[in-house]
Design a protein around this ligand. Structure first.
Ligand code: GLU
Length: 321
């Protein structure tokens, strides 16, 4: 009996010992978006720089393809993910308890840093006769999958233009990765994507068939940009996509990296440091990062309180007072 108990204790000791060793490695996951978007390669770029210094900090970083901003913040809240990429308006709404987070503010949401700009991008089949947002009436429109930031941007824009889902002849909720093909297969007339540029999904939609980027502008948008600090007018430069040589006017948000107050200061510090100390290399990892500026990344579009780990790095680097 006694020896059996001791045996158990020894086995337990071994298990605990193994656990202690495993704890020296910290696993973190970053929630991103569709693989043809920009969030997914963004997560990949962050993890690449973090993993390079693994011997120093013991963090192993991985990326998950997800449904987008709202999904990512909810997964951080439930503890499924440690980090996520999210639109600056979604970040605001989550901490404020508005929009998709109406009455359910996520008080432990923390901002890490800002990333690339994301213009609201509406692409129509060239033969659909759509040149402005108002031309969407009567068309077959993909409004974005639930859980995406795109869906929220689309609903907001519709509201501003006084439109509802019933103004479209057909509504679909395809994922960003599916909608380019649906557009070129003539299953929808219009796709929508709040995304950095250039992005794989828009490249696909403009090369696999003839399609045009649509202006989303006018007094409704001017009023929106005036009202909220996290929306701004945006231009998608002409010549970036096949068949679209003119600049397109729209509005947009910024992509941001977010986490939870329950993620440790050391982990968030290490992630922030890996990106900012290698900013030139980071910029080279995706063309949408070309104009990233560390000072703006430390402040722009961050509505949630800054995580103490990011704050520690920004102070050390003299990026904030
Ligand atoms: N802004 C999009 C969203 O939150 C995702 C864009 C991307 O994956 O690059 O749904």
């Amino acid at each position: 009996m006694k020896s059996a108990l001791m045996g158990t204790a020894a086995a337990l000791g071994m298990v605990l010992g193994t656990a202690a060793v495993a704890q020296e490695q910290t696993f973190i996951s970053i929630g991103t978006g569709a693989v043809t978007g920009v969030y997914y390669p963004t997560g990949g770029a962050i993890c690449r720089l973090v993993n390079r210094d693994r011997a120093e900090h013991g963090i192993r970083c991985g990326v998950e393809s997800t449904g987008g901003s709202v999904f990512n913040i909810n997964a951080i809240r439930s503890g499924e993910l440690e980090f996520g990429v999210a639109q600056s308006d979604t970040q605001f709404q989550a901490i404020d308890g508005s929009g998709s987070f109406e009455g359910e503010a996520f008080e432990d949401l923390r901002a890490v840093f800002a990333l690339h700009p994301e213009p609201f991008t509406v692409v129509a089949r060239a033969d659909a006769g759509v040149r402005t947002f108002e031309d969407l009436r009567g068309k077959r429109v993909n409004v974005g999958n639930p859980g995406s930031g795109t869906r929220d941007t689309m609903e907001l824009t519709m509201e501003r233009f006084g439109m509802t889902m019933s103004d479209f002849s057909m509504v679909s909720e395809l994922q960003p990765g599916e909608q380019s093909q649906a557009l070129c297969d003539n299953n929808i007339d219009v796709m929508t994507y709040t995304v950095g540029h250039p992005s794989g999904a828009i490249q696909e939609a403009t090369t696999a068939c003839d399609s045009v980027l649509v202006n989303v502008s006018g007094e409704q948008i001017d009023a929106l940009v005036e009202e909220f600090p996290y929306y701004r007018t945006a231009t998608i430069p002409g010549g970036m996509y096949r068949g679209n040589d003119e600049d397109v006017q729209t509005f947009g948000v910024g992509a941001t990296l977010v986490t939870s107050a329950s993620v440790s200061e050391d982990v968030v510090y290490a992630v922030t440091r890996a990106v900012f100390e290698n900013i030139d290399q980071f910029r080279g990892l995706h063309p949408a990062f070309e104009n990233l500026d560390p000072e703006q990344m430390a402040t722009d579009g961050l509505s949630a309180p800054l995580h103490p780990g990011a704050e520690r790095y920004f102070r050390e680097a003299g990026l904030i007072e």
